[in-house]
Design a protein around this ligand. Structure first.
Ligand code: TEU
Ligand code: CA
Length: 578
């Protein structure tokens, strides 16, 4: 059975609130600014908006450190603004998904202030506290887990003489889900928004919420590192599925949408426990296997060449597994944690940038699953200039990493130069610069041309890459994305519910990525020339002999009578027949 559902036939547009549209000239995006651009999203063809965290926050990690789950940070606006946004979306038949960040809160949250106030506080157990251990007469953290943002995952708290756990920044203490009060408080916060008309949640690192009791040491992956990645003990903890089912029971009465972010889990069988249609846990999840395809042996900021073969294998693995096991994929290539794929995995050279953007749209847009488009991806936005000085970057992940390695390798300029190159390719700030609406100053991000500067510098590419210029251009990435999403809707059986197969042997093809979708008598073949080369392939090899309709194409020569198809750099074609 297809197990049909509205969220399977949807396309989600992700908004990064700080950088989408600033309505009051303070250089920070806000909710009135978002409202003024809802039609851009509607015209694109997305029917769901995932809005990054807009809750009260000290902004240590751009709002992923929440100090009040039931109020809006003044820099974004008010609860009334949210109601207006919900209304504007709902009247267009669109939905609003908010960002539920409940693996941790901000250290400024009242809960944590109470919890750290004394060992006897009723809130003490809402977080993970531990006396640590004594080694050689010295008090040290309870285990060797590192924080994703550098240093130990344990922070010493002098007043109550204990450590607290923070898998991310020390200002992001992990909530203790073993404490039923925490679970109840999270459910209450969800209902607060669901009762206001919010249609569901994207759930931040939701697979981290169940920790193995006793906080055992992580196995040693990198003997030279001072700390280890402890995710073997928290990425799929013993009570994870119980907690996820609990979140499902909150959403069920509202038919609420859920997408879980699941870093560090690569086994589809494990993921299926969370997204199996009858599992009563999540609708879908983001896995990290594709976005870590070019992470080297020392993690994100170390190098590994992009491999088209691995990209094809990984895509096929997740497409087939979910199809065969009634699971569901969230399809994404970009988000606020990833850099721009035109630059990262294709080519942002002036002569290749547009074709690359269309190729990536075709690659993602015709797969089985729910596509997620990150703001600016629809324009083919590229990474920030390589020349950017570190002072232009804002992200705690990069700045903490640089602080750590510039001390560790102070006598190794070559290693540091390599990190600087990786920063250019993978820094999260690459996708956090202001959305490029027009070629006016700051890319039209700020309405009121006040004296304020945007919180982060605008990517100078706005002069040639912006929504206004693409709206009028049928050859633009924006027009191509609009067409892709229109085709998804027109051929919903085929592109949403159909079977996925790699076209035989393209796994070994160095340049071509070709996949087939089929549903009953209908079939479509998506052929992508993932290279800057001009290549020819026979229709026989691509299994597209005979009569086909061209649904979309770019940079390709396809003649009825010819036996070959000729692809120019980053060329593509989508053929259909039934
Ligand atoms: O990201 C979780 C996460 O795993 C990322 O930090 C990832 O490891 C890293 O960005 C790879 O580049 C979520 C949010 O999306 C991210 O913005 C937050 O910083 C993080 O959780 C903590 O809330
Ligand atoms: Ca603003």
């Amino acid at each position: 059975p297809d197990n049909r559902a509205w969220w399977k036939e949807s396309t989600v547009y992700q908004i990064y609130p700080a950088s989408f549209k600033d309505s009051n000239g303070d250089g920070i995006g806000d909710i009135p600014g978002i409202i003024s651009r809802v039609d851009h999203i509607h015209k694109l063809g997305a029917n769901v908006v995932w809005l990054g965290p807009i809750f009260k926050s000290p902004q240590i990690d751009m709002g992923y450190d929440i100090s009040d789950y039931c109020d809006i940070d003044p820099q974004y606006g008010t609860l009334a603004d949210v109601q207006n946004l919900i209304e504007e979306l709902h009247k267009r038949g669109m939905k609003l998904v908010m960002d539920l960040v409940v693996n941790h809160s901000s250290s400024e949250h009242e809960w944590f202030k109470q919890s750290r106030s004394s060992k006897d506080s009723p809130y003490r157990n809402w977080y993970h506290w531990h006396p640590g251990k004594v080694v050689d007469g010295k008090r040290v953290p309870p285990n060797n887990w590192g924080s994703y943002f550098g240093g130990s995952a344990w922070e010493w708290d002098e007043p109550t003489q204990e450590y607290y756990l923070h898998i991310f920044a020390k200002e992001q203490p992990d909530l203790n889900w073993e404490c039923q009060d925490v679970v109840d408080a999270v459910h209450d916060a969800m209902r607060f928004w669901l009762n206001r008309g919010v249609d569901g949640f994207r759930m931040d690192v939701i697979n981290f919420i169940s920790k193995v009791p006793g906080y055992p040491d992580a196995s040693i992956q990198d003997p030279d590192a001072p700390y280890q990645n402890g995710s073997e003990h928290y990425a799929k903890g013993p009570r994870l599925h119980e907690f996820l089912h609990g979140l499902w029971t909150v959403l069920k009465p509202y038919d609420g949408f859920s997408v879980g972010e699941m870093p560090g889990v690569k086994e589809p069988t494990e993921i299926l426990k969370s997204v199996g249609f009858s599992r009563e846990e999540l609708n879908m999840i983001f896995h990290f296997e594709l976005v870590e395809i070019d992470h080297g042996s020392e993690g994100k900021f170390s190098h590994r060449d992009f491999s088209l073969r691995r990209f094809k294998e990984t895509t096929e693995k997740w497409q087939n597994f979910m199809y065969q096991n009634s699971g569901w994929n969230a399809l994404y290539l970009e988000n606020h944690d990833q850099s721009r794929t035109v630059s990262r995995w294709c080519s942002d050279a002036p002569e290749h940038r547009v074709a690359s953007a269309k190729l990536l749209a075709a690659c993602l847009g015709f797969q089985a699953g729910t596509p997620f488009i990150y703001q600016g991806q629809e324009l083919g936005t590229v990474n920030v200039p390589k020349e950017w000085d570190l002072s232009e970057y804002r992200d705690i992940e990069l700045l903490n990493h640089w602080k750590e390695v510039s001390q560790q390798y102070s006598d190794n300029p070559k290693k540091l130069a390599q990190y600087r190159i990786e920063y250019q390719k993978k820094a999260r700030d690459n996708s956090r610069t202001p959305m490029q609406w027009s070629d006016s100053p700051h890319g039209g991000f700020m309405d009121a041309e006040g004296t304020a500067e945007p919180w982060i510098k605008t990517n100078p590419s706005y002069k040639i890459i912006n929504a206004a210029q693409q709206e009028g251009d049928p050859e633009s990435p924006l027009a191509f994305w609009q067409n892709v999403l229109r085709l998804r809707k027109e051929y919903v059986d085929l592109f949403v519910y159909g079977k996925f197969e790699l076209v035989n042997d393209t796994l070994n093809d160095e340049e071509i990525f070709a996949y087939r979708r089929s549903y009953g008598k209908e079939e479509a073949v998506v052929v992508l020339n993932w290279s800057a080369k001009e290549v020819k392939r026979s229709k026989v090899a691509l299994e597209v002999s005979g009569e086909w309709v061209t649904l979309a194409s770019n940079n390709v020569e396809f003649d009825e009578g010819a036996s070959d198809i000729r692809f120019l750099p980053w060329g593509l074609i989508i053929l259909y027949r039934k």
